[in-house]
Structures are given as structure tokens and as C-alpha cells.
Design a protein around this ligand. Structure first.
Ligand SMILES: C[S@@+](CC[C@H](N)C(=O)[O-])C[C@H]1O[C@@H](n2cnc3c(N)ncnc32)[C@H](O)[C@@H]1O
Length: 190
């Protein structure tokens, strides 16, 4: 893989994230933190003792920690970067409600069909869309998200992308997504 690609184009590459997490180990949340987003998360996913959530492209964000503090009891996290998954496993070894697995969101065969009540994505579809073959990779990702979700499951996508462009990916999908859009005014949540 040529490493001279521009920075945002590299957001879809494992080597980029491994390098970044090797050099930046402090917790960092892209876009918004859990407390800013919790009213919205609660709307679609109120804490429930038997519900299982999947956070895709978790990075070293404190978002899933925030979920567990708020009462979510089974939060599975995946990321393509083995560096960040090793670090998060170490950091949260005393919290059985949090699990961290190295996995590519475009190929989640380790999970059975219909195994999650919710999939939460903050910045990961955005990262995949920065790379080459972005349409093909985002389609693979959205198909996999559909497959692992239960019948009444919910995909909560927190994105920086233009709403029409993101919604189009779901409208043009082979699956019957029902979409709801919330636009967050950044100035109100910081
Ligand atoms: C913009 S960061 C967001 C991190 C975190 N969700 C947050 O909100 O702070 C994107 C994350 O997606 C991960 N990622 C990129 N491509 C991925 C893929 N194909 N499968 C799983 N994770 C991926 C990166 O390693 C990175 O941690």
C-alpha cells in the first residue's frame, strides 16, 4: 500500500490508524462525546438489561465507557486497528460489560446474523468513505451492519457528512432501511 496518499484518504487504512494510535494513546472522541449524544442514543436505544450493542470503529473513544456508566450492560466494540484494541482491552480489563475485538466492519463473520439490538458508528463510515473504492467498501459495511442487526435493531450513525449524501447510501441499499435524520447544532452541545 502506497503510504504517500493524502491524510484524509488514509482514514480508511489500517496502517494509518495503527500509526496514529501508537503515537496518540490518550482517549479521544471524534465529533461529540457520550454525554452530548446521550439524549439521542436514549431515544432509539434506552438502556435494557438484555440488549446487546455493537460499537464499530470504536478507536480509543470513551463513548462506550459512557454507555456502561449509563446502564448499558453488553457493549461490544470492534476496530480495524490491533494497536487500539490491545490498548482498550488492557484499559478496560476490569469492566466485563465492555468487550474489544479486532475486526474489519466490512467482514464481521465472527458475529452471527441478527446478534445485536443496536450498531453505533461515530466516524467510521465517514472514514471508509474517505478511501479508495469507497462506494464498494461502504456497501459491504452497510450490508454487514444489516446482517448483524436483529429485526427491530437500530443503526445509529453519527456522521459529519452531508445528510443527502449519507441518506442516499441507505436509499440505494438492497435492504429496506427506515431512516430518521437529526441534525445536531454543534454550538449547542459543546
Ligand atoms: C474517525 S475514527 C472514530 C473513532 C471513534 N468512533 C470516535 O468516535 O472517536 C474512525 C475509526 O474507525 C476505525 N476503522 C477504520 N476503518 C475500519 C474498518 N474497516 N473496520 C473497523 N474499524 C475501522 C479506525 O481505526 C478508527 O478508530
Amino acid at each position: 500500500m502506497a503510504r504517500e496518499t493524502s491524510s484524509t484518504q488514509s482514514y480508511s487504512e489500517k496502517w494509518y490508524w495503527d500509526d496514529r494510535y501508537t503515537n496518540e494513546s490518550d482517549s479521544f472522541d471524534w465529533y461529540q462525546n457520550y454525554s452530548s449524544l446521550s439524549p439521542l442514543i436514549n431515544l432509539y436505544l434506552p438502556p435494557h438489561p438484555t440488549h446487546r450493542s455493537l460499537v464499530i470503529g470504536c478507536g480509543n473513544s470513551a463513548f462506550s465507557e459512557g454507555m456502561v456508566d449509563a446502564g448499558y450492560e453488553d457493549v461490544v466494540n470492534i476496530d480495524i486497528s490491533s494497536v487500539v484494541i490491545d490498548a482498550m482491552n488492557k484499559k478496560h480489563s476490569d469492566r466485563p460489560q465492555l468487550k474489544y475485538l479486532k475486526m474489519d466492519v466490512r467482514d464481521m463473520k465472527a458475529f452471527e446474523d441478527a446478534s445485536f439490538d443496536a450498531v453505533i458508528d461515530k466516524g467510521t463510515l465517514d472514514s471508509i468513505l474517505c478511501g479508495s473504492n469507497s462506494r464498494q467498501h461502504s456497501t459491504q459495511m452497510i450490508e454487514e451492519v444489516w446482517r448483524v442487526l436483529k429485526d427491530k435493531g437500530v443503526y445509529i450513525l453519527i456522521t459529519y457528512g452531508a445528510p443527502n449524501y449519507r441518506l442516499r447510501l441507505f436509499k440505494e441499499s438492497s435492504r429496506s432501511w427506515t431512516t430518521k435524520l437529526h441534525v445536531i447544532d454543534k454550538s449547542l452541545t459543546d
